[in-house]
Design a protein around this ligand. Structure first.
Ligand code: ZN
Length: 429
């Protein structure tokens, strides 16, 4: 890191000085339930925050037709009426510095049974140094950290010399189409940071991901004849799920061939996320639909994963060949994985900033989840650094983010901005 110690100290002190305001901002963001198809009010909030900082604002609705033509697009299975992206741009006086994208996703996943939360999911609550709420860690704390890191840099008297785009995107939790829409709109930079909650690590690799739906037919009959007539679609679907679990085990057994996951106990995760079947308690079910999320090794093509999944389903279906074959539909994530090749200038700069802010060496991890780094990294060719705070209970009950962790990663990002973009601190106070 080329920053002198005095400037680095001023920047981290500025993070401390505004940290209460950063927590309040994050809480305000958690209060806006930006579930799918309800993202717009939270995006307006972000746009307002950009406006207050005199950033250039670009707010647009994702163009589904344009998106569909891109090889990185995932199928769009629900309305995009509220699917707005917002980008705030800082333009440097000169373009002597390197440019940067600070990205985060505004969308959050459903809460589960609210009565099982200690405090309601969209009423943020701070207890014992933790901020609780749906999206607190995944990843509204990260969206806030991007902005407050920039504020700290400015408060320390630095005017970055490179362009910075603050991206608040939709659709990270189901497709990646929000980040892709930013690329299609022309946004690029010399590096990107995505403060997903990765426990103050650097993400070295993430999995590819598929969502699919298999609609399984049964042979309906009067329940009184169920042992001599009819075939239960729910039972058939369950058998297919069991076959898919066997496939998951087989893929996991292959992990030795995948360098980033060779030591991982269970890198491939299949999740039976939804099931719907039957229409009358006294009728043998005619239909059952299962919806599954499946991870793929980053070295694999999506086609390879799909072929093995479809073959496994077909194998079970063949036992009842007189019934219609299960219809398989891909209705969300349709993404390959991502690997951050070690040693890029951006990674070295993040390591140095992390060390200066946290006093520790930055460790890398391979994630079993997917991130938008793939979109920016693979299709945008932007070195994309996923680095963010410690969060517990993401997608579960009582999600929280550790506030001291948020403080540390904000300091790292602030130091990174000043170092990466370069800065004129002549106006320093
Ligand atoms: Zn996330």
């Amino acid at each position: 890191m080329k920053l002198n110690a005095d400037l680095a100290q001023r920047i981290t002190a500025a993070v401390d000085a505004q940290f209460d305001a950063q927590i309040e901002f994050t809480k305000a963001l958690v209060r806006l339930p930006s579930l799918r198809e309800r993202e717009a009010s939270a995006q307006d909030f972000m746009a307002e925050a950009f406006r207050e900082r005199s950033l250039e604002i670009d707010r647009w609705k994702i163009d589904v037709e344009e998106l569909k033509r891109h090889p990185g697009a995932s199928p769009v299975a629900s309305p995009y009426a509220e699917a707005f992206n917002v980008v705030g741009t800082y333009r440097a006086d000169s373009n002597e510095g390197r440019s940067l994208i600070l990205n985060g996703h505004i969308d959050v996943v459903p809460t589960g049974p609210e009565e099982r939360w200690r405090t309601p999911p969209f009423q943020p609550s701070v207890r014992e140094g933790r901020l609780y709420g749906r999206g607190a860690g995944d990843m509204k704390a990260g969206l806030a950290a991007n902005l407050f890191a920039y504020d700290a840099v400015r408060a320390a008297g630095v005017r970055p010399k490179g362009r910075i785009h603050f991206q608040s995107v939709v659709e990270e939790e189901c497709t990646g189409n929000g980040a892709l829409a930013c690329l299609l709109r022309g946004y690029t930079a010399d590096a990107a940071i995505i403060p997903e909650p990765v426990d103050e690590h650097l993400l070295r690799a993430n999995m590819g991901l598929l969502w699919f739906k298999a609609s399984v037919a049964g042979d309906p009959a009067h329940a009184s004849g169920a042992y001599s007539a009819g075939l239960n679609a729910i039972k058939r679907a369950w058998k297919i799920w069991q076959r898919l679990e066997a496939l998951e085990a087989q893929w996991n057994a292959d992990r030795g061939a995948h360098p980033h996951y060779a030591d991982h106990p269970h890198p491939i995760r299949f999740n039976l996320g939804k099931i719907k079947g039957g229409e009358w308690v006294s009728s043998v079910p005619a239909e059952c639909t299962i919806e599954v999320r499946a991870g793929l090794y980053p070295e694999w093509t999506i086609e390879r994963g799909k072929a093995e999944i479809e073959a496994a389903i077909a194998e079970v279906a063949a036992e009842d060949a007189h019934l219609p074959a299960p219809a398989i539909c891909y209705h969300g994530f349709h993404n390959g994985g991502y690997v951050l090749e070690p040693g890029s200038p951006a990674e070295l700069a993040l390591q140095a900033a992390h060390e200066a802010a946290c006093g520790e060496t930055l460790q890398a991890l391979a994630s079993t989840a997917s991130t938008d780094a793939r979109i920016l990294g693979v299709f945008g060719k932007i070195p994309s650094l996923v680095y963010g705070p410690t969060c517990v209970g993401a997608h579960g009950i009582d999600e929280y983010v550790e506030l001291e962790s948020v403080r540390r990663i904000t300091k790292t990002i602030a130091l990174f901005i000043a170092d990466w973009c370069g800065g004129d601190s002549s106006g320093a106070s």
